[in-house]
Structure formats: C-alpha cells, structure tokens
Design a protein around this ligand. Structure first.
Ligand code: SF4
Length: 272
C-alpha cells in the first residue's frame, strides 16, 4: 500500500500508466495488484537484462569475452553495436561516460527517477543512450511521446548545466536477425517547457486522485469502450470484459496503432 506521508518515487513507466489510465495506475502502483507472470515475457526480459549488464561491464572496462563466447545471441548484439557505432563503445579523452547513471529530481511532492543505460558528456553537450532488445518501431512519434524519452531528457536538463539544445537521447535497437538500428531525439527549450507543463498537470491530478482515494474514491477509468481495456489485466475487475469478445486488432488499423503504443509504454526498465 502506498504511504501518503512520504515523497513518492515516479519512474517513466509509472507516468506512462498514469497518463494512459489512472485506474490502472491505482491497481498497479497503489494497490500493487499484479497478474501471473508470463514465462515468455520473463525470458525476453532476462535476455535484455543480460545484454544491459554486459554493456555496463564493457563501459567499465571489464572483459566480457567469456560471456560472449558462451552466448551467440549476445555476441551478435554486441558485435552489431561495435560495427554500427564504434564511438559509443570507445571513450575519447575529453568526455565522461557513465553506465547505469541514476538521477532524481523533486517535482511537486514526487521524486522523478531516471536511470540512463549510458550517459556520454563533454563540456558542451550530453547524450543519453538507451539499449532496447526489440525491433525499432516503425513510427518514431510514439517513442518521442513516450515518457521514457520525455522524462529522461527533462530530468537531465533540470539537473545539469546543459541547455536543452545540447542534450539528446538515442535509442539503439538490437535484434536477432538484423543490424542494430537507432532513433535519435534532439531536445529543445520549447519541448522542455511543454514537458514541464504536462508534468505539472499530471502530478497535480495524481495528488488529487491519491487524496480522494484515501477518502474512499477510486481513480478515474478510461471511457467505456476504450480499446486500452482490451489489453488490460484488470478488465474483469473493471467490468470491461467486452474486450475478450472484441479482440480483433489485426483487422483494425487504429487498434493496431494503439496496441503498439501500449506495448511501448508497458516496457519496464531493466533493473540490475
Ligand atoms: S480495464 Fe480499462 S479502465 Fe480498467 S484499469 Fe484497465 S484500462 Fe483502466
């Protein structure tokens, strides 16, 4: 149960959920109701976690050869990054780099928390690198709107001397049968102000929802008939079981788009 007397930590995943459906946020993070684990998903997460760990060890200058010899999949991913972007794996003299770089920012009554897979910085600019062990999304717009991108850039601008225009975030997608691909987002002062305003709005709402929750009122649900409920583990609890009888995302372009966004926003941070 959430303790309302302490500052609440918020990650990008939690803000994505809050924006998507406040009731889902309540069930997941306030009441901590979880669905049974999915073995296939767990296996994917474990492989992703091992890749993150290897990249961290490599950034620290530790040898990872024995791990790569034992796992062809990991070796092809690391070789792919090596051939596509060798500069990411090699430090130059005038820059600092840190893997699993952790930052927090107090914003209203919340601690916004980010963990950068790799942060490369010099005296003028800073670049956030994030590894993804799934294919590059077709439409970068969804990734740009995802709170991982927005929050990671925002927190760095707020907690460093870099102006937004000198900050960027690059996602590298490593995938089994293909070369790694990337999407880079440059930041601007306008985006920074927009993110600040949106965070103010969302977190003011959250404070109100939490206050009302402790007076016996549930967080709001998305509208009846929303496609979001069709992929939600709380559909039965919310009496939104119509999803089971209407799950034809392959034939609906709008639903397919929404589903791909859902998949993105529910991607969790890999913890090491
Ligand atoms: S079923 Fe729908 S309303 Fe209920 S938590 Fe899930 S998305 Fe929200």
């Amino acid at each position: 149960m959430f303790d309302e007397t302490h500052l609440m930590r918020l990650s990008q995943g939690q803000i994505n959920t809050l924006e998507k459906c406040p009731r889902q946020f309540q069930h997941t993070y306030i009441e901590q109701l979880y669905s049974p684990t999915d073995p296939e998903r767990d296996q994917r997460l474990m492989l992703g976690s091992r890749f993150h760990l290897l990249m961290q060890q490599r950034a620290m200058g530790l040898s990872i050869d024995s791990f790569l010899e034992a796992d062809a999949q990991l070796r092809s991913w690391v070789d792919g990054i090596n051939s596509m972007a060798p500069s990411i794996l090699k430090a130059s003299n005038n820059e600092t780099r840190e893997s699993e770089h952790y930052r927090t920012l107090q914003f209203q009554n919340y601690l916004l928390t980010v963990v950068y897979d790799l942060l490369i910085a010099d005296s003028v600019q800073a670049q956030i690198i994030d590894w993804k062990t799934y294919p590059k999304p077709q439409n970068p717009r969804y990734l740009e709107q995802n709170w991982q991108t927005r929050l990671y850039l925002f927190v760095l601008a707020q907690t460093s001397q870099y102006i937004p225009e000198n900050i960027s975030m690059t996602y590298w997608f490593v995938q089994p049968e293909d070369k790694p691909q990337n999407i880079k987002f440059n930041y601007t002062t306008v985006q920074h102000e927009q993110t600040k305003n949106k965070l103010n709005e969302l977190l003011t709402q959250l404070t109100q929802y939490i206050s009302e929750y402790y007076q016996g009122k549930n967080f709001p649900q998305v509208r009846e008939g929303s496609k979001i409920c069709e992929k939600c583990q709380f559909a039965t609890r919310c009496h939104r079981n119509y999803a089971v009888f209407n799950n034809n995302s392959e034939s609906s372009p709008s639903l397919a788009v929404e589903s791909s966004l859902l998949n993105l926003v529910t991607i969790e941070e890999v913890t090491l």
